[in-house]
Design a protein around this ligand. Structure first.
Ligand code: SF4
Length: 347
């Protein structure tokens, strides 16, 4: 994991790189003492220094509002801990588990739902915890899919990923591996042919879900990294977090969804922001999120439609919270809304 080279971690580095003014260094130090900071050279290069509200800088440069805890915010907003039978493994839904294989990322998103745990531990899940996680998966034949997450699993070397995939490949009832990552955007050079081969090496079906929030994140290097997966036969899914001041605009969101589809990434989820501590300044209303998804439906291809979801606090899982187009019932009949907002009776 040689991510520290050239990646900006210290507030002084952010100031030197022109990503923060010198007068903010004391407040940046206070934030960095609580939450991990990392901005890769690739992400720093995406920032437009003339834009004081740059959507890339906003996602990665600490802001003093992170130290203000809003109402209803939680250390473990989606309730991972309530469903962790062994350390590092979350079994919330019947047919799949999350394996939190690392607790570090290439870059740290300021709105991260696991911000209280990522960037603070030892790095990779320990040998004993990993053995317990594999034993649990082996003992539960209902587990059809294993989702590698963290942190960001693609900070691991190809060799380590290959070893992990080989162990999962040996479990007959696991049919699908899914990897959740921001690496193709934050550190695209890490997506090497060896890394892609490692993911495929077990012979299982592999999906990669790429976290992208703004169309500018999909620059040429990120697009090449994504293409390496798809060209090797690994389907890509897009996940986007709805963020005030970054993508809470129908034009920006539509442009992002189109860029994803052009890169052969199927938009999968648009996440309503989880209630992690110090993230209130990022959160839109649900009504705003529904209006935006309605606007996407009206103007963009069916391929460009993610499902707008909310992770229910307390560990109750995701639910779709997109707008409703159908009203009524079987007895009185239905009314259905078309993509222009016109309503029609459906007998
Ligand atoms: S890449 Fe994911 S886990 Fe890492 S900081 Fe961003 S949101 Fe959190």
């Amino acid at each position: 994991m040689k991510l520290r080279e050239k990646t900006l971690h210290r507030p002084a580095d952010l100031v030197s790189a022109g990503l923060a003014p010198p007068q903010k260094i004391a407040e940046l130090e206070r934030i960095a003492a609580r939450y991990a900071v990392a901005i890769t050279p690739e992400l720093a290069g995406l920032v437009d220094p003339r834009d004081s509200d740059d959507p890339i800088a906003r996602q990665f440069v600490p802001d003093r509002a992170e130290l203000d805890f809003g109402e209803g915010e939680r250390i473990d907003p989606i309730g991972d801990d309530a469903h962790a039978p062994v350390p590092g493994l979350v079994h919330r839904y019947p047919d799949r588990v999350l394996l939190k294989i690392v607790d570090v990322c290439a870059a740290y998103c300021r709105f991260c739902f696991r911000r209280e745990s990522v960037g603070k531990g030892s790095g990779v899940l320990g040998r004993e915890a990993l053995a317990a996680a594999f034993a649990y998966i082996r003992a539960h034949p209902g587990i059809w899919e294993v989702i590698l997450t963290g942190g960001d699993p693609l900070v691991l070397s190809a060799r380590r990923l290959g070893a992990l995939v080989a162990q999962l490949a040996a479990i007959e009832h696991v049919k699908v591996l899914r990897v959740h990552t921001r690496v193709p955007i934050a550190a695209p050079q890490r997506v090497t042919p060896a890394l892609v081969r490692a993911l495929k090496s077990g012979g299982k079906t592999v999906y990669v879900a790429v976290h992208v929030n703004h169309p500018r994140e999909l620059n040429a290097a990120a697009r090449r990294a994504c293409a390496r997966f798809v060209d090797a036969g690994i389907p890509l899914l897009g996940q986007t977090v709805l963020l005030r001041g970054v993508n809470d605009d129908a034009g920006v969101l539509g442009e992002l969804m189109r860029a994803l589809v052009e890169c052969r990434i199927k938009p999968y989820y648009l996440h309503h922001l989880d209630r992690a501590p110090g993230t209130a300044h990022w959160r839109t209303s649900i009504a705003r999120g529904q209006a935006l998804t309605r606007a996407l439906r009206g103007r963009y291809s069916g391929l460009c439609q993610p499902t707008y979801v909310l992770d229910i606090p307390g560990g109750h899982g995701k639910s779709s919270i997109g707008p409703q187009y159908l009203s009524g019932d079987e007895q009185s009949g239905y009314a259905i809304e078309d993509f222009r907002g016109g309503r029609h009776a459906y007998p």
